[in-house]
Design a protein around this ligand. Structure first.
Ligand SMILES: [Zn+2]
Length: 432
């Protein structure tokens, strides 16, 4: 421990007296980022208290052995003291960008969020709307593009989201008359009635054969009984499988007018139209009835001149009636004007969910709202335990308020010339 002793000897006692300021959060991109009086040994940095603490001696001597170079002590803003000979050397003698550990802990560079105080306040509102509710929290983290300490989005779609690589999840009976079949990223709801089934969304073009039909078989459901498929919005992950059912079972497809309008132009790489032929136009406030079940269709576009539908249906949990809603256009996208449309749609849908006393809200992207975990819970439910999908009216309402609040945050960032995460400046004029 000769070297460390030498560190101690070299006026450190005097320096300790001066070390009254706490060490600040670290972003080591330049010499000035290193707190004064730091001891630097290779990729390690220590403050004097830490370096002089005998309990850290073995850790520091290991660092000295590992690092065959010198030990440097930052005295003030003029440079370093080279420990081996006690000379003062220039700022450039240490490459601070190679320092990886501070007092034995890995340095994580704090990401600078450029949010204005107003946006920060809106984010706080979103966080308090989510509270400690796990599914609301997931929604908040995802939809407000909240970042973790490393600047990585806290919740991201599963890595297998790419076309063709969706992973099936266990098909699950959610309520007496409501089932989920599909993948961990996206899937379909099947509502059973006295006169056949209504399916909401059809997954990717490969989903029917890889996930929906095998899932239905496992649940004892007959695909020939699907009379209608209601499309939430015409993304390839929702409308992709619709044509399969139209072609093979004569299933009627319901979609918004704006989305039917673009259907004829939707072709795959071989020039084959992958979309269903135009069927039923779903309109705002329409009731679609099959057997004993009436589903309410609400138009909820998220972009100017956009389409998109959301649905409300009665469900039963061991005979107990509940109202289920799924919102089809959750992701906040587009221009500032689009975000106004998004917020209007949420407000519009809320008037319907309030009226219907919706107490169950489930996303067709089950990773996004904790549904994967809830389905697992449900499959292992013991008698008497409550169905985790029943949120109650207050929490269900809060889900939509939260979506709106996330749109407020993304609107604020866009208006302030920031990207969605609030960490980069963007050219607002060309942003979409
Ligand atoms: Zn989607």
């Amino acid at each position: 421990m000769k070297i460390l002793k030498r560190i101690m000897m070299m006026g450190f006692i005097a320096l300790i007296v001066m070390l009254t300021k706490p060490v600040m959060a670290l972003e080591l991109s330049s010499f000035t980022d290193v707190p004064n009086f730091s001891v630097v040994i290779g990729e390690n940095m220590y403050n004097l208290d830490y370096a002089n603490d005998p309990t850290n001696e073995s850790l520091i001597s290991a660092a000295i052995v590992k690092n065959k170079g010198d030990v440097f002590v930052k005295t003030d803003d003029s440079g370093w003291i080279k420990n081996s000979d006690g000379t003062k050397v220039s700022k450039d003698s240490v490459d601070v960008s190679t320092i990886k550990f501070n007092n034995g802990a890995a340095i994580t560079t704090a990401v600078k969020v450029l949010d204005t105080p107003e946006i920060v306040a809106e984010m706080e509102k979103a966080r308090s709307l989510a509270g400690d509710d796990k599914s609301l929290l997931l929604t908040q983290l995802l939809q407000s593009r909240d970042l973790d300490v490393n600047g990585v989005p806290t919740v991201a779609p599963p890595v297998h989201i790419a076309e063709g690589s969706e992973v099936p999840t266990e098909p699950t009976k959610l309520f007496d008359n409501l089932y989920y079949v599909g993948g961990t990223n996206v899937g379909s709801f099947i509502i059973t009635t006295t006169d056949g089934y209504i399916m909401i969304d059809a997954g990717y073009d490969y989903s029917p054969e890889t996930m929906i039909l095998p899932g239905m078989k496992k649940l004892g459901l007959d695909p020939a009984k699907i009379k209608y498929i209601l499309i939430t919005h015409a993304g390839p992950d929702h409308v992709g499988g619709a044509k399969y059912f139209q072609d093979n079972y004569g299933t009627k497809i319901v979609m918004s007018q704006e989305e039917w309008a673009v259907a004829p132009t939707k072709k795959d790489a071989n020039g084959v139209n992958t979309w269903p032929t135009q069927d039923i136009i779903g309109t705002d406030g329409q009731k679609l009835t099959l057997g004993d079940t009436a589903i309410t269709i609400v138009k909820t576009p998220r972009q100017v001149n956009g389409g998109g539908l959301s649905y409300i249906a009665p469900v039963f949990d061991n005979g107990e009636p509940h109202m289920f809603a799924t919102y089809g256009n959750t992701n906040v996208v587009g221009t500032l004007a689009d975000k106004v449309v998004y917020r209007d749609s949420i407000k519009h849908f809320l008037s319907y969910t309030d009226n219907a006393k919706v107490d169950v809200v489930i996303s067709d992207h089950p990773f996004a709202d904790g549904s994967l975990e809830k389905m697992e819970e449900l499959r292992n439910l013991k008698p008497g335990e409550p169905n985790p999908f029943v949120l109650g009216q207050e929490r269900s309402r809060r889900f939509f308020e939260l979506l709106d609040q996330c749109a407020v945050i993304l609107t604020g960032r866009q208006a302030a010339g920031l990207d969605e995460t609030g960490t980069k400046r963007i050219d607002n004029t060309s942003s979409k």
